[in-house]
Design a protein around this ligand. Structure first.
Ligand SMILES: Cc1ncc(COP(=O)(O)O)c(C=O)c1O
Length: 406
């Protein structure tokens, strides 16, 4: 058996493709393409791998799954059962996290937009921390916490200083002065953590180091105004687990620890908020070639409406119908949106013969594809969850209509 896409749950045996223990033909009998598949065992392995690496390297590590990577309830339930916390940005996600059973003290809520209802529900439910991107939100949180007569723990999102990032607080003199005034005045908030999330798909140590340097600078400035931060949160940004296998992840974790030590950064707890690492390579599309034109252009029956560039996935394509044939002929792959911009890949190594109706597997699509998908008027795919020999429908367009959270 040969592993495809570096994923032990996608294999080929001569002419047959297996997803976990299920032959792809069995799946094709259940629904027409496009079909989306999630591999439960892969999610569990990724979470275990992350937890064991960071748990070994750091004594005081905690992980929070970034719901926005994939908020399908069945996916979040798997992660919840692995005893990981939740990092969420909005009320629909908060309701889902609580319903699924994430413990309140393992939920971080935060984002650039904190409507009153979200603050209210977060405070009421005693979430672990509210993450603030904008100082004005401190007053709003303080007011709600005062009503409930509690002190709410706060995490400050620091601007990672990457390019011209607009997200998070830049601790210049003016802002520090305002923060100092607020902390002296607002007695129902307690700033305990800072967060700096650098970017997505980080696969070299340098990017992670830059993030830590930002954190170190911020800690010094905050100490000067009497704010002593306990916990540091380095966000997410890890690539798909197939792109960063466990050995490399361990090297990275050790590098992070050394960088923190070299910069004399002390902390009680260190948090990470992976999204893509847990679910990215656990998702795949089963699609079909629906047209072939000159210059080896093939069209698949998915496109940027459901597999968007915005999702920044490390896409890999396999011709499942000709899986025994070498994939070494440059091919261009287009989607079905009637726009020349709908290109999924250019000069991708694929089979020599291109045939209409060939089944094509697109891997590494578990994170952010559904999140960034749009309302282009094509039907949504059927979504199945696979574990060992079991296949469970988790989304049917005709029954569930939409996967938006409300
Ligand atoms: C603050 C924060 N944490 C975590 C994540 C998750 O990132 P990733 O899925 O790349 O691990 C994001 C993604 O944008 C983020 O902004």
């Amino acid at each position: 058996m040969k592993i495809l896409s570096g994923n032990p749950y996608i294999k080929r045996d001569n002419k047959k493709v297996l997803l976990d223990l299920i032959p792809i033909d069995e799946i094709l009998n259940l629904s027409k393409t496009p079909i989306m598949i999630f591999l439960e065992n892969r999610i569990r392995d990724n979470v275990n791998s992350f937890k064991s690496v960071f748990g070994e390297v750091f004594e005081n590590f905690e992980g929070f799954y970034s719901f926005k990577a994939n908020f399908l309830p069945e996916i979040c339930k798997i992660i919840c059962s692995q005893e990981i916390g939740a990092e969420i940005i909005g009320l629909p996600e908060l309701k889902l996290a609580l319903k699924i059973g994430f413990p309140e003290n393992k939920i971080l809520v935060g984002g650039p937009y904190l409507p009153y209802e979200l603050i209210k529900e977060s405070v009421k439910n005693k979430v672990r921390e509210i993450i603030v991107y904008n100082l004005n939100d401190l007053d709003k949180i303080n007011a709600v916490a005062k009503e409930k007569n509690i002190v709410q723990n706060i995490c400050l999102r620091i601007n990672s200083q990457k390019y011209a990032s607009k997200l998070g607080i830049i601790l210049d003199d003016k802002i520090l002065l305002r923060l100092d005034e607020k902390t002296n005045k607002l007695h129902h908030i307690n700033i305990v953590s800072i967060l700096s999330h650098y970017t997505t798909q980080m696969n070299n140590m340098e990017q992670f180091k830059k993030n830590i340097i930002t954190v170190g600078d911020a800690l010094k400035k905050l100490t000067q105004i009497g704010i002593n931060i306990k916990n540091i949160n380095l966000g997410g940004g890890f690539p798909e687990a197939t792109i960063m296998p466990q050995k490399q992840l361990r090297k990275l974790a050790l590098g992070l620890k050394t960088t923190l030590e070299n910069l004399h950064i002390d902390y009680e707890k260190i948090y990470f908020e992976p999204g893509r690492y847990f679910v990215g390579d656990a998702g795949l599309f089963i699609t079909e070639v629906i047209n072939i034109i000159d210059d080896r252009w093939i069209f698949l029956n998915i496109g940027n409406h459901i597999c968007p560039k915005f999702a920044r996935c490390s896409l890999r394509f396999y011709n499942a119908t000709q899986i025994d044939k070498v994939h070494k002929y440059k091919t261009n792959i287009a989607g079905i949106i009637p726009s020349d911009q709908d290109v999924l890949a250019k000069d991708y190594f694929f089979t020599e013969k291109l045939k209409e109706g060939d089944v094509v597997i697109v891997t590494n699509v578990g994170a952010y594809t559904l999140t960034f998908s749009n309302r282009f008027p094509y039907a949504l795919p059927h979504i199945f969850l696979i574990k060992d020999h079991d296949i469970t429908p988790i989304f049917s367009p005709s029954i569930n209509h939409d996967f938006t959270l409300n």
